[in-house]
Write a protein that binds this ligand. Structure first.
Ligand code: GDP
Ligand code: IMO
Ligand code: MG
Length: 432
């Protein structure tokens, strides 16, 4: 299979960055296709940590071409900072390593300010967004008024007109409704010009064409999802979701590739569950178990530093994610974090209004009323982080993996037992 979609199967932060970095050693192209700088993808190489928000997680591999496709909302200020940080570390020496679509929606500082102002106005009802301007930027795209990356290199007067039109509306909202500071066109033009100068070498115009050619010639293409399935705008825990489609189908739409491509879908799955921000989370543990998972798993946001809410694995939600994404195999992440628990609980059904259900409920308010029904698996004490093959894992850890793959009727092809590249156990070779 020349193409692989890497998608988060929970509420994000499953370890997509690590998987894409590890898979990149066998890939030619890595494409980010949705989301924006709300993502925080962590790569750890020889103990050194790199957190990426917009740049695809293949960037540490010189032979890999990284693309930012049309579906991404491109925070040009953050992107310039990210590029500079990589260069300081001796990376991204060749500009050909990073290609940006002319069709990306440009995310500007006023999107961020609007996002924050809205959250503040919502008070206790807030979504708990990352404050990165994602919602306002996608709204602007849908309203057909967005500035796109290609505009940065077109006639100056056209860009200025678009910005003036956008600010007329946004400043009205900011000043009159939210009582926040407005933006000046001249200030933003200056920011845009500086960014355009820094980013011009990465302009690719049509990344869809590049991906098409790569797939046609048998090159190995990874599509790197951001966020997670349950944060999907249509199929997630609405309204506590992000503003893009986070499902595998979005890889096609966001990068401009047709559905007749034969692509595998790897669902990146934490061995337990976390969530950042508001919204229902049936298996959340607000007791010492949640605290222990957070501590052992270092569950603090890579983008905002917020504490992640933690709980046991939820197979009802996971089966739903497998279905709506068409997941063909799973990568089971952070299994090492479960070492030391006497018992490990796994949610296999919910109780909803006195009835047992095994299908994830999509109707408004229902998930929040669901109580998890657990089966209990035996825990293990051994440290897993030094294991180098499945048979090195203690018996109960192997049993846990076996239980998950048979309950989910989906193969687990990769098991991750630490943040490092070599802490990855391959059950089935990649691109097989
Ligand atoms: P992403 O958003 O899906 O890329 O995930 P994040 O980078 O936000 O969060 C995953 C965190 O877990 C990062 O700090 C990773 O370095 C770390 N990580 C990834 N895989 C493993 C693993 O198998 N074990 C442990 N202990 N940490 C891991
Ligand atoms: P990665 O790619 C975890 C969550 C926010 C909030 C909701 C909406 O690192 O897995 P937004 O800023 O997108 O409007 O916030 O979505 N969220 C994430 N949670 N990981 C992410 O990305 C997330 N990106 C957004 O916490 O609940
Ligand atoms: Mg993350």
């Amino acid at each position: 299979m020349p193409g692989l979609i890497v998608v988060g199967s929970q509420w994000g932060d499953e370890g997509k960055g690590k998987v894409v970095d590890v898979f990149s050693s066998q890939s030619d192209l890595v494409v980010r296709y949705q989301g924006g700088a709300n993502a925080g993808h962590t790569l750890v190489v020889d103990g050194k940590k790199t957190v990426l928000h917009l740049i695809p997680s293949g960037i540490l591999h010189e032979q890999v071409t990284c693309m930012i496709a049309a579906g991404v909302v491109l925070d040009i200020v953050t992107l310039c900072e990210e590029i500079r940080a990589l260069k300081v570390n001796g990376l991204l020496k060749n500009p050909k390593q990073l290609l940006i679509s002319d069709s990306c929606t440009v995310l500007l500082p006023y999107h961020r300010r609007l996002d924050l102002a809205r959250e503040k106005a919502l008070g206790n009802e807030k979504i708990g967004t990352t404050g990165r301007g994602i919602g306002p930027a996608y709204e602007e795209r849908a309203s057909r008024k967005a500035i796109v990356f290609g505009d940065l290199f077109g006639p100056k007067d056209v860009l200025k007109q678009k910005l003036e039109a956008a600010l007329k509306e946004k400043n009205f909202l900011l000043e009159s409704y939210y009582k926040e500071e407005p933006f000046k066109v001249e200030d933003l033009i200056k920011v845009i010009d500086e960014c355009a100068e820094e980013l011009k070498d990465y302009r690719s115009k049509d990344t869809s064409l590049g991906i098409h050619k790569a797939l046609r010639s048998g090159k190995k293409v990874l599509f790197e999802g951001a966020q997670g399935s349950l944060l999907d705008l249509l199929h997630g825990t609405y309204p506590y979701v992000t503003s893009s489609s986070t499902l595998a189908g979005s890889a096609l739409v966001g990068s401009g590739v047709g559905p007749s491509q034969n692509l595998d879908v790897v669902g990146i799955t934490k061995a337990y569950t976390t969530r950042v921000g508001s919204g229902p989370f049936p298996t959340e543990c607000t007791d010492e178990v949640g605290e222990e998972l957070r501590k052992k798993g270092h569950e603090f946001g890579a983008t905002t530093g917020r504490e992640r809410r933690c709980g046991w694995l939820d197979l009802v939600a996971l089966k739903y994610a497998i279905r709506v994404n068409g997941i063909t195999s799973l990568a089971l992440m952070k299994l090492d974090v479960l070492s030391g628990f006497d018992e490990i609980k796994v949610c296999t059904a919910y109780e909803l209004d006195g009835q047992e259900i095994t299908e994830y409920p999509v109707s408004p308010g229902e998930l929040a009323r669901c109580k998890p029904k657990y089966v209990t698996q035996k825990g293990w004490k051994e440290d897993l982080t030094q294991a180098r093959s499945l048979k090195d894992l203690p018996r109960y850890a192997q049993d846990y993996v076996q239980f998950l793959s048979s309950s989910l009727a989906t193969p687990i092809d990769v098991i991750s037992i630490g943040p490092g590249r070599d802490q990855t156990l391959w059950i089935r070779p990649l691109f097989s």
